[in-house]
Design a binder for this molecule. Structure first.
Ligand code: CA
Length: 473
Protein backbone atom coordinates (compact mmCIF):
# COMPACT_ATOMS: atom_id res chain seq x y z
CA UNK A 1 0.00 0.00 0.00
CA UNK A 2 1.49 3.37 -0.95
CA UNK A 3 2.50 5.61 1.93
CA UNK A 4 0.85 8.96 2.19
CA UNK A 5 4.06 10.98 2.33
CA UNK A 6 7.37 10.13 0.62
CA UNK A 7 10.50 9.50 2.65
CA UNK A 8 13.25 12.06 2.07
CA UNK A 9 16.99 11.33 1.96
CA UNK A 10 19.44 14.18 1.39
CA UNK A 11 23.04 13.10 0.83
CA UNK A 12 25.77 15.73 0.71
CA UNK A 13 29.30 14.94 -0.29
CA UNK A 14 31.98 17.41 0.80
CA UNK A 15 34.06 19.39 -1.73
CA UNK A 16 33.07 17.23 -4.71
CA UNK A 17 33.11 18.73 -8.18
CA UNK A 18 32.03 17.43 -11.56
CA UNK A 19 34.73 14.75 -11.90
CA UNK A 20 32.12 12.01 -11.87
CA UNK A 21 31.50 9.22 -14.37
CA UNK A 22 27.83 10.14 -14.80
CA UNK A 23 28.90 13.68 -15.68
CA UNK A 24 31.21 12.48 -18.43
CA UNK A 25 34.58 12.01 -16.73
CA UNK A 26 35.92 8.79 -18.29
CA UNK A 27 38.75 8.31 -15.78
CA UNK A 28 37.22 8.60 -12.34
CA UNK A 29 35.71 5.52 -10.70
CA UNK A 30 32.31 6.52 -9.25
CA UNK A 31 30.07 3.52 -10.06
CA UNK A 32 27.47 4.08 -7.33
CA UNK A 33 26.82 7.73 -8.10
CA UNK A 34 26.71 6.80 -11.81
CA UNK A 35 24.08 4.15 -11.03
CA UNK A 36 22.02 6.57 -8.95
CA UNK A 37 22.03 9.02 -11.89
CA UNK A 38 20.94 6.25 -14.27
CA UNK A 39 18.04 5.45 -11.93
CA UNK A 40 16.87 9.08 -11.73
CA UNK A 41 17.50 12.57 -13.05
CA UNK A 42 20.89 14.22 -13.50
CA UNK A 43 20.93 18.01 -13.34
CA UNK A 44 23.64 19.45 -15.57
CA UNK A 45 23.41 23.11 -14.52
CA UNK A 46 23.12 22.98 -10.74
CA UNK A 47 24.90 25.57 -8.57
CA UNK A 48 25.60 26.05 -4.91
CA UNK A 49 25.24 29.59 -3.57
CA UNK A 50 28.66 29.84 -1.86
CA UNK A 51 31.83 27.82 -2.19
CA UNK A 52 32.71 27.14 1.43
CA UNK A 53 31.03 24.60 3.73
CA UNK A 54 28.96 26.58 6.23
CA UNK A 55 27.42 29.26 4.00
CA UNK A 56 26.58 26.71 1.32
CA UNK A 57 25.00 24.27 3.79
CA UNK A 58 23.05 27.07 5.49
CA UNK A 59 21.30 27.82 2.19
CA UNK A 60 20.36 24.16 1.68
CA UNK A 61 18.85 24.10 5.17
CA UNK A 62 17.01 27.46 5.04
CA UNK A 63 16.15 28.12 1.37
CA UNK A 64 17.87 31.49 1.79
CA UNK A 65 21.21 32.81 0.61
CA UNK A 66 23.87 33.17 3.36
CA UNK A 67 23.67 36.97 3.61
CA UNK A 68 19.90 36.58 4.09
CA UNK A 69 19.97 33.72 6.61
CA UNK A 70 22.95 35.10 8.56
CA UNK A 71 25.43 32.20 8.19
CA UNK A 72 27.85 33.86 5.76
CA UNK A 73 30.92 32.39 7.48
CA UNK A 74 31.93 29.56 9.78
CA UNK A 75 29.95 28.89 12.98
CA UNK A 76 32.68 30.55 15.03
CA UNK A 77 31.77 33.92 13.51
CA UNK A 78 28.22 33.65 12.17
CA UNK A 79 24.96 31.77 12.68
CA UNK A 80 21.51 31.38 11.18
CA UNK A 81 19.41 34.25 12.51
CA UNK A 82 16.79 33.75 15.19
CA UNK A 83 13.35 33.15 13.75
CA UNK A 84 14.51 31.62 10.47
CA UNK A 85 12.98 28.18 10.01
CA UNK A 86 14.90 25.22 8.66
CA UNK A 87 14.32 21.91 6.87
CA UNK A 88 14.19 19.70 10.00
CA UNK A 89 11.86 22.23 11.67
CA UNK A 90 9.40 22.35 8.75
CA UNK A 91 9.47 18.60 8.19
CA UNK A 92 9.16 17.69 11.85
CA UNK A 93 6.06 19.91 11.99
CA UNK A 94 4.75 18.02 8.95
CA UNK A 95 4.97 14.71 10.83
CA UNK A 96 8.38 13.53 9.71
CA UNK A 97 10.89 11.65 11.87
CA UNK A 98 14.11 13.59 11.23
CA UNK A 99 17.79 12.74 11.45
CA UNK A 100 21.25 14.13 10.71
CA UNK A 101 24.33 11.93 10.38
CA UNK A 102 27.82 13.31 9.72
CA UNK A 103 29.24 16.79 9.33
CA UNK A 104 27.03 19.82 9.97
CA UNK A 105 28.92 23.17 10.20
CA UNK A 106 25.76 25.26 10.54
CA UNK A 107 24.45 26.68 13.79
CA UNK A 108 21.48 28.67 14.95
CA UNK A 109 20.46 30.48 18.10
CA UNK A 110 21.25 29.23 21.58
CA UNK A 111 24.28 27.85 23.36
CA UNK A 112 23.77 24.28 22.26
CA UNK A 113 25.07 23.13 18.88
CA UNK A 114 23.33 23.20 16.41
CA UNK A 115 20.59 24.97 18.39
CA UNK A 116 16.82 24.73 18.66
CA UNK A 117 16.31 25.86 15.07
CA UNK A 118 17.58 22.43 14.01
CA UNK A 119 15.35 20.07 16.03
CA UNK A 120 16.51 16.75 14.56
CA UNK A 121 15.07 13.71 16.36
CA UNK A 122 18.35 11.88 15.75
CA UNK A 123 21.53 13.96 15.85
CA UNK A 124 24.75 12.05 15.14
CA UNK A 125 27.44 14.54 14.43
CA UNK A 126 30.54 12.76 13.19
CA UNK A 127 33.77 14.72 12.89
CA UNK A 128 36.21 11.79 12.99
CA UNK A 129 37.51 9.69 10.13
CA UNK A 130 34.33 7.64 10.57
CA UNK A 131 32.66 10.34 8.53
CA UNK A 132 34.51 9.10 5.47
CA UNK A 133 34.05 5.43 6.24
CA UNK A 134 31.47 3.52 4.16
CA UNK A 135 30.79 0.77 6.74
CA UNK A 136 30.43 3.17 9.68
CA UNK A 137 28.15 5.48 7.71
CA UNK A 138 26.03 2.56 6.49
CA UNK A 139 25.73 1.27 10.06
CA UNK A 140 24.50 4.67 11.30
CA UNK A 141 21.94 4.94 8.49
CA UNK A 142 20.65 1.45 9.28
CA UNK A 143 20.35 2.34 12.98
CA UNK A 144 18.36 5.47 12.07
CA UNK A 145 16.02 3.56 9.76
CA UNK A 146 15.38 0.99 12.51
CA UNK A 147 13.94 3.79 14.64
CA UNK A 148 11.65 5.19 11.94
CA UNK A 149 8.83 2.68 12.22
CA UNK A 150 5.77 3.61 10.16
CA UNK A 151 6.46 7.36 10.17
CA UNK A 152 7.78 9.13 7.08
CA UNK A 153 11.41 10.13 7.58
CA UNK A 154 13.75 12.93 6.57
CA UNK A 155 17.40 11.96 6.84
CA UNK A 156 20.36 14.18 6.00
CA UNK A 157 23.66 12.31 5.63
CA UNK A 158 26.71 14.54 5.24
CA UNK A 159 29.87 12.55 4.60
CA UNK A 160 33.28 14.31 4.95
CA UNK A 161 34.48 12.50 1.85
CA UNK A 162 36.09 13.69 -0.33
CA UNK A 163 36.89 16.87 1.66
CA UNK A 164 40.31 18.25 0.62
CA UNK A 165 41.14 14.74 -0.65
CA UNK A 166 42.60 13.42 2.60
CA UNK A 167 42.79 9.96 4.08
CA UNK A 168 42.70 7.56 1.17
CA UNK A 169 45.14 4.73 1.71
CA UNK A 170 45.09 3.00 -1.64
CA UNK A 171 45.18 4.61 -5.05
CA UNK A 172 42.78 3.33 -7.69
CA UNK A 173 43.62 5.91 -10.37
CA UNK A 174 46.65 6.35 -12.54
CA UNK A 175 48.39 9.74 -12.54
CA UNK A 176 49.24 9.50 -16.25
CA UNK A 177 45.59 9.31 -17.25
CA UNK A 178 44.21 12.08 -15.05
CA UNK A 179 43.02 14.99 -17.18
CA UNK A 180 44.63 18.25 -16.01
CA UNK A 181 42.26 21.19 -16.58
CA UNK A 182 43.65 24.34 -18.21
CA UNK A 183 43.17 26.15 -14.89
CA UNK A 184 46.13 24.22 -13.51
CA UNK A 185 49.72 23.43 -14.51
CA UNK A 186 50.51 19.99 -15.86
CA UNK A 187 53.42 18.85 -13.69
CA UNK A 188 54.14 15.55 -11.91
CA UNK A 189 53.28 17.12 -8.54
CA UNK A 190 49.95 18.39 -9.83
CA UNK A 191 49.13 14.97 -11.28
CA UNK A 192 49.98 13.27 -7.97
CA UNK A 193 47.60 15.57 -6.16
CA UNK A 194 44.82 15.19 -8.72
CA UNK A 195 45.19 11.42 -8.37
CA UNK A 196 44.55 11.78 -4.64
CA UNK A 197 41.50 13.89 -5.43
CA UNK A 198 40.13 11.21 -7.75
CA UNK A 199 40.82 8.54 -5.13
CA UNK A 200 38.90 10.59 -2.57
CA UNK A 201 36.00 10.82 -5.02
CA UNK A 202 35.95 7.03 -5.23
CA UNK A 203 35.86 6.85 -1.45
CA UNK A 204 32.90 9.24 -1.41
CA UNK A 205 31.25 6.99 -3.97
CA UNK A 206 31.70 4.00 -1.65
CA UNK A 207 30.05 5.94 1.18
CA UNK A 208 27.11 6.74 -1.10
CA UNK A 209 26.88 3.04 -1.97
CA UNK A 210 26.71 2.11 1.72
CA UNK A 211 23.95 4.66 2.41
CA UNK A 212 21.85 3.41 -0.50
CA UNK A 213 22.42 -0.22 0.49
CA UNK A 214 21.12 0.52 3.98
CA UNK A 215 18.06 2.17 2.45
CA UNK A 216 17.47 -0.84 0.22
CA UNK A 217 17.97 -3.31 3.09
CA UNK A 218 15.31 -1.41 5.07
CA UNK A 219 12.90 -1.84 2.13
CA UNK A 220 12.60 1.91 1.64
CA UNK A 221 14.12 2.51 -1.79
CA UNK A 222 10.75 2.79 -3.53
CA UNK A 223 9.23 5.20 -1.02
CA UNK A 224 12.19 7.58 -0.92
CA UNK A 225 13.07 10.73 -2.80
CA UNK A 226 16.89 10.81 -2.76
CA UNK A 227 18.78 13.99 -3.56
CA UNK A 228 22.57 13.87 -3.82
CA UNK A 229 24.73 16.95 -4.14
CA UNK A 230 28.01 18.51 -3.03
CA UNK A 231 28.40 21.53 -0.75
CA UNK A 232 30.77 23.13 -3.35
CA UNK A 233 33.66 22.19 -5.60
CA UNK A 234 37.08 20.77 -4.78
CA UNK A 235 40.00 22.67 -3.24
CA UNK A 236 41.82 23.23 -6.54
CA UNK A 237 42.89 26.44 -8.30
CA UNK A 238 39.70 28.35 -9.28
CA UNK A 239 37.67 25.92 -7.14
CA UNK A 240 36.55 26.02 -3.50
CA UNK A 241 36.39 29.56 -2.14
CA UNK A 242 35.94 31.12 -5.60
CA UNK A 243 32.91 31.90 -7.76
CA UNK A 244 34.39 30.23 -10.82
CA UNK A 245 32.39 27.21 -12.00
CA UNK A 246 34.74 24.64 -10.35
CA UNK A 247 33.82 26.37 -7.06
CA UNK A 248 30.05 26.73 -7.42
CA UNK A 249 28.92 24.06 -9.88
CA UNK A 250 27.65 20.92 -8.17
CA UNK A 251 26.51 17.48 -9.18
CA UNK A 252 22.81 17.14 -8.39
CA UNK A 253 21.02 13.83 -8.79
CA UNK A 254 17.39 13.10 -7.89
CA UNK A 255 15.98 9.57 -7.67
CA UNK A 256 12.32 8.97 -6.89
CA UNK A 257 10.91 5.67 -8.13
CA UNK A 258 7.46 6.07 -9.64
CA UNK A 259 7.74 9.85 -10.00
CA UNK A 260 11.06 10.52 -11.75
CA UNK A 261 11.60 8.37 -14.81
CA UNK A 262 15.03 6.68 -14.88
CA UNK A 263 17.86 7.96 -17.04
CA UNK A 264 16.70 11.55 -17.45
CA UNK A 265 18.85 14.66 -17.62
CA UNK A 266 17.90 18.29 -17.13
CA UNK A 267 19.75 21.30 -18.51
CA UNK A 268 17.72 23.70 -16.39
CA UNK A 269 19.54 26.20 -14.20
CA UNK A 270 18.92 25.21 -10.59
CA UNK A 271 20.29 26.39 -7.26
CA UNK A 272 20.72 24.75 -3.88
CA UNK A 273 18.27 27.28 -2.40
CA UNK A 274 15.74 25.20 -4.40
CA UNK A 275 16.26 22.11 -2.20
CA UNK A 276 14.14 23.26 0.75
CA UNK A 277 11.10 24.27 -1.37
CA UNK A 278 11.40 20.94 -3.19
CA UNK A 279 11.27 18.95 0.06
CA UNK A 280 8.39 21.07 1.36
CA UNK A 281 6.42 20.32 -1.80
CA UNK A 282 7.25 16.61 -1.46
CA UNK A 283 5.95 16.76 2.11
CA UNK A 284 2.80 18.52 0.78
CA UNK A 285 3.43 21.62 2.80
CA UNK A 286 2.15 25.00 1.63
CA UNK A 287 4.66 27.26 -0.14
CA UNK A 288 6.47 29.53 2.31
CA UNK A 289 6.50 33.23 1.38
CA UNK A 290 9.90 34.89 1.27
CA UNK A 291 11.98 31.86 0.35
CA UNK A 292 14.59 32.50 -2.35
CA UNK A 293 14.39 29.09 -4.06
CA UNK A 294 11.85 27.34 -6.28
CA UNK A 295 10.71 23.75 -6.09
CA UNK A 296 12.19 21.38 -8.67
CA UNK A 297 8.92 19.47 -9.06
CA UNK A 298 8.11 20.73 -12.57
CA UNK A 299 11.56 19.59 -13.65
CA UNK A 300 11.10 16.17 -12.03
CA UNK A 301 8.03 15.74 -14.18
CA UNK A 302 9.99 16.43 -17.33
CA UNK A 303 9.51 20.15 -18.00
CA UNK A 304 12.77 21.49 -19.34
CA UNK A 305 14.63 24.68 -18.74
CA UNK A 306 11.95 27.04 -17.46
CA UNK A 307 12.60 27.06 -13.75
CA UNK A 308 14.84 30.12 -13.62
CA UNK A 309 16.94 32.18 -16.02
CA UNK A 310 19.72 33.07 -13.57
CA UNK A 311 21.37 31.77 -10.41
CA UNK A 312 23.24 33.85 -7.84
CA UNK A 313 26.30 33.12 -5.74
CA UNK A 314 28.41 34.92 -3.18
CA UNK A 315 31.35 34.44 -0.86
CA UNK A 316 32.27 36.61 2.10
CA UNK A 317 34.68 34.61 4.31
CA UNK A 318 36.57 32.24 2.05
CA UNK A 319 38.37 30.27 4.74
CA UNK A 320 38.48 30.71 8.51
CA UNK A 321 38.55 34.47 9.01
CA UNK A 322 39.86 35.24 5.51
CA UNK A 323 37.74 37.99 4.07
CA UNK A 324 37.00 38.24 0.36
CA UNK A 325 33.50 39.53 -0.38
CA UNK A 326 32.29 38.84 -3.91
CA UNK A 327 28.95 38.21 -5.61
CA UNK A 328 28.03 36.65 -8.95
CA UNK A 329 25.17 36.14 -11.35
CA UNK A 330 25.23 33.28 -13.83
CA UNK A 331 23.00 32.65 -16.80
CA UNK A 332 23.13 29.57 -19.04
CA UNK A 333 25.83 31.34 -21.06
CA UNK A 334 27.40 34.15 -19.04
CA UNK A 335 28.77 34.88 -15.60
CA UNK A 336 29.35 38.30 -14.08
CA UNK A 337 31.39 38.48 -10.87
CA UNK A 338 31.57 41.60 -8.73
CA UNK A 339 34.58 41.59 -6.42
CA UNK A 340 33.68 43.98 -3.62
CA UNK A 341 37.20 44.32 -2.22
CA UNK A 342 39.50 44.03 -5.27
CA UNK A 343 42.20 45.68 -3.17
CA UNK A 344 42.54 42.49 -1.08
CA UNK A 345 44.56 39.55 -2.40
CA UNK A 346 42.78 36.20 -2.32
CA UNK A 347 44.47 33.54 -0.17
CA UNK A 348 43.20 30.14 0.89
CA UNK A 349 44.72 26.66 1.23
CA UNK A 350 44.35 26.02 -2.50
CA UNK A 351 46.36 29.09 -3.39
CA UNK A 352 49.01 28.12 -0.85
CA UNK A 353 49.51 24.51 -1.87
CA UNK A 354 48.68 24.54 -5.60
CA UNK A 355 50.31 27.94 -5.99
CA UNK A 356 53.74 26.64 -5.06
CA UNK A 357 54.32 24.69 -8.33
CA UNK A 358 53.19 27.82 -10.18
CA UNK A 359 55.44 30.07 -8.10
CA UNK A 360 58.51 27.95 -8.81
CA UNK A 361 58.27 28.68 -12.53
CA UNK A 362 56.39 31.95 -12.61
CA UNK A 363 59.40 34.09 -13.52
CA UNK A 364 59.95 32.14 -16.72
CA UNK A 365 56.53 30.67 -17.52
CA UNK A 366 53.91 33.27 -18.49
CA UNK A 367 51.11 30.74 -18.14
CA UNK A 368 52.09 29.92 -14.55
CA UNK A 369 52.14 33.63 -13.81
CA UNK A 370 48.73 34.13 -15.42
CA UNK A 371 47.17 31.22 -13.48
CA UNK A 372 48.63 32.32 -10.17
CA UNK A 373 47.62 35.95 -10.62
CA UNK A 374 44.07 35.12 -11.66
CA UNK A 375 43.67 33.16 -8.43
CA UNK A 376 45.18 35.83 -6.24
CA UNK A 377 44.21 39.17 -7.78
CA UNK A 378 40.62 39.75 -8.78
CA UNK A 379 39.59 42.91 -10.60
CA UNK A 380 36.37 44.65 -9.53
CA UNK A 381 34.47 43.13 -12.44
CA UNK A 382 34.75 39.85 -14.29
CA UNK A 383 32.60 38.67 -17.20
CA UNK A 384 32.90 35.26 -18.80
CA UNK A 385 31.23 33.67 -21.81
CA UNK A 386 30.91 30.06 -20.62
CA UNK A 387 29.86 28.83 -24.08
CA UNK A 388 33.05 30.09 -25.74
CA UNK A 389 35.31 29.88 -22.68
CA UNK A 390 34.12 27.14 -20.28
CA UNK A 391 37.19 27.49 -18.04
CA UNK A 392 36.64 31.25 -17.54
CA UNK A 393 40.13 32.22 -18.66
CA UNK A 394 39.21 35.33 -20.70
CA UNK A 395 37.76 38.23 -18.72
CA UNK A 396 35.47 40.14 -21.09
CA UNK A 397 34.60 42.92 -18.64
CA UNK A 398 36.71 45.43 -20.56
CA UNK A 399 35.65 44.20 -24.02
CA UNK A 400 33.36 46.73 -25.74
CA UNK A 401 31.76 43.93 -27.79
CA UNK A 402 30.22 42.66 -24.52
CA UNK A 403 29.36 46.02 -22.99
CA UNK A 404 25.62 45.42 -23.23
CA UNK A 405 25.79 42.02 -21.52
CA UNK A 406 28.06 43.47 -18.86
CA UNK A 407 25.68 46.32 -18.16
CA UNK A 408 22.61 44.07 -18.07
CA UNK A 409 24.14 41.50 -15.68
CA UNK A 410 25.67 44.21 -13.48
CA UNK A 411 22.21 45.78 -13.17
CA UNK A 412 20.51 42.45 -12.41
CA UNK A 413 23.09 41.54 -9.76
CA UNK A 414 22.88 44.90 -8.05
CA UNK A 415 19.09 44.71 -8.07
CA UNK A 416 19.29 41.27 -6.44
CA UNK A 417 21.60 42.58 -3.70
CA UNK A 418 19.08 45.36 -3.06
CA UNK A 419 16.07 43.04 -3.04
CA UNK A 420 17.68 40.48 -0.74
CA UNK A 421 19.00 43.11 1.68
CA UNK A 422 22.63 42.17 1.13
CA UNK A 423 24.65 44.19 3.69
CA UNK A 424 27.69 44.11 1.42
CA UNK A 425 25.97 46.34 -1.12
CA UNK A 426 27.64 49.24 0.71
CA UNK A 427 30.89 48.13 -0.93
CA UNK A 428 29.48 48.18 -4.46
CA UNK A 429 30.57 51.80 -4.92
CA UNK A 430 33.78 51.43 -2.96
CA UNK A 431 35.67 53.19 -5.74
CA UNK A 432 33.97 56.32 -4.47
CA UNK A 433 35.74 55.83 -1.15
CA UNK A 434 33.02 54.38 1.08
CA UNK A 435 34.53 52.57 4.07
CA UNK A 436 33.93 48.88 4.82
CA UNK A 437 31.86 49.03 8.03
CA UNK A 438 31.52 45.24 8.11
CA UNK A 439 35.18 44.43 8.26
CA UNK A 440 36.04 43.72 11.89
CA UNK A 441 39.69 43.69 12.72
CA UNK A 442 39.78 39.91 13.04
CA UNK A 443 38.78 39.52 9.37
CA UNK A 444 41.60 41.64 8.02
CA UNK A 445 43.96 39.58 5.96
CA UNK A 446 47.47 39.87 7.26
CA UNK A 447 49.41 38.11 4.52
CA UNK A 448 49.67 38.94 0.87
CA UNK A 449 49.61 35.63 -1.03
CA UNK A 450 52.32 36.39 -3.55
CA UNK A 451 54.63 37.38 -0.69
CA UNK A 452 53.58 34.29 1.26
CA UNK A 453 54.38 31.99 -1.68
CA UNK A 454 57.67 33.72 -2.32
CA UNK A 455 58.63 33.37 1.34
CA UNK A 456 57.47 29.73 1.38
CA UNK A 457 59.83 28.92 -1.46
CA UNK A 458 62.70 30.25 0.66
CA UNK A 459 61.56 28.62 3.90
CA UNK A 460 63.06 25.13 4.28
CA UNK A 461 60.44 24.06 6.86
CA UNK A 462 57.46 25.05 4.72
CA UNK A 463 59.12 23.70 1.62
CA UNK A 464 59.64 20.36 3.35
CA UNK A 465 56.03 20.29 4.48
CA UNK A 466 54.66 20.60 0.96
CA UNK A 467 57.43 18.52 -0.59
CA UNK A 468 56.67 15.59 1.72
CA UNK A 469 52.94 15.78 1.03
CA UNK A 470 52.83 16.10 -2.74
CA UNK A 471 56.16 17.30 -4.04
CA UNK A 472 56.29 20.77 -5.52
CA UNK A 473 57.34 19.94 -9.07
CA1 CA B 1 32.95 21.46 1.94
Amino acid sequence: MPRELPDLLLITVDDMGMEIGAYGDPHVKTPSIDRLAAQGMRFDRAFVVASTCSPSRSAILTGLHPHSNGQWGFPRYTRVRTGIRTLPDYLKSAGYFTGMIGKFMVRGEGKEFPGPQFPFDVWERVYTQDGRDPAQTGRRVTAFLEQVGERPFFLMVNTHAPHESRAVAQSVHSAEKIPVPPTNLDTPAVRRRLTKLYDAYSQADAVVAAILESLEAAGKTRSTLVLLLSDHGPAVPSGKGTLFDPGIRTPLIARWPGTIKPGQTSGALVSTVDILPTFLEAARQPAVPGLQGRSLFDLFEGADGANRTVVFGGNTLIQGNRYFPQRAIRTAQYKYIRNLRPDIEFLNNSVKSWGLPMMIVWETDPRARFLLERNVRHPAEELYDLAADPHELVNLAGDSAHAETLSRLRGELRQWLLETGDPWIVLWDRESGSPDPLEPAEFKNGTEPIKWLDAALKDPALQAKYESKFGTR
